[in-house]
Design a protein around this ligand. Sequence first.
Ligand SMILES: C[S@@+](CC[C@H](N)C(=O)[O-])C[C@H]1O[C@@H](n2cnc3c(N)ncnc32)[C@H](O)[C@@H]1O
Length: 282
Amino acid sequence: MKQIMKSKQNLFLSQKRKLQEAGCEDFKESIKFIFAKAYNVPLDHVYEPQNHEDLDKNDTLFLNMVNRRAAGEPVSHIIKSRSFWKNEFYIKETVLDPRPESELIVEITKDSLFSGMKVLDLGCGSGCIGLSLYHENPEIRLFLSDMSDKALNVAKKNADNLGFTYEFFHSNLFEKIKEKFDLIVTNLPYIEKKNFLILQKEIILYEPHEALYGGMSGIDIIKLFLRDVGKRLKKNGTFVIEFGEGQHTLLRQELLKFKFSNFDFHRDLNCIPRVVCVKNNT
Ligand SMILES: C[S@@+](CC[C@H](N)C(=O)[O-])C[C@H]1O[C@@H](n2cnc3c(N)ncnc32)[C@H](O)[C@@H]1O
């Protein structure tokens, strides 16, 4: 074992193998991020082990991080960071690990942003969606809200790290929100009960359940959102919802039930409808 440890390259390879053997699907990516974090080297220098022979003091940290990953902890929790859209976000176990599919909300709304526009990111988690919109146009007036104060603290930290200006609400849906907005974006929990029970160990053990579980139908919380969103939108305002695979038919019915008729569904890179953009009728 000592022999193997002698070289940083061998250490890297042995730990990569460890992750692979532990069943970690993204073992190649994981080992790269963990190595970069543990030894404080840029990601694009990771594959130059000859440069890292003097980094011995961090071996314990590296091995410890690899063990956590092998046990199933998401890499973003271990390195406390995740890239989303055009920024790195601070991440911890109290927020959902931002998913690439949520970037679709940013993609489809970024060109509609204007100076002074009031934008609410409801259920903001890490703040990744709202803060990415602010990145696209710092002239908007950004509001972040979540019912979890722990999530809200992470969002505030991200906003402060990025030097972005924001206002916030600690609120269950619209309960404490009395303003009206031009744009409301939301990625509320949408995993239905039967799918929740069979989630990957990595998700069930390490991600906050209140960020994932969408009740019996999966869209129970989204339905409550739809009940009140009209009152919190300005005339000609828009709201955008991310939802789960296979939920668009159900969601279309709910939108019509709540008298929203002007909407477009958007598909993700796999051509699956994942986001709906709805214009206020009133
Ligand atoms: C799926 S996560 C999304 C987080 C973040 N927007 C993202 O895309 O990564 C859902 C978020 O909604 C929050 N949430 C769940 N139910 C809520 C409710 N009734 N009112 C406000 N926020 C809620 C959770 O705390 C969690 O942060």
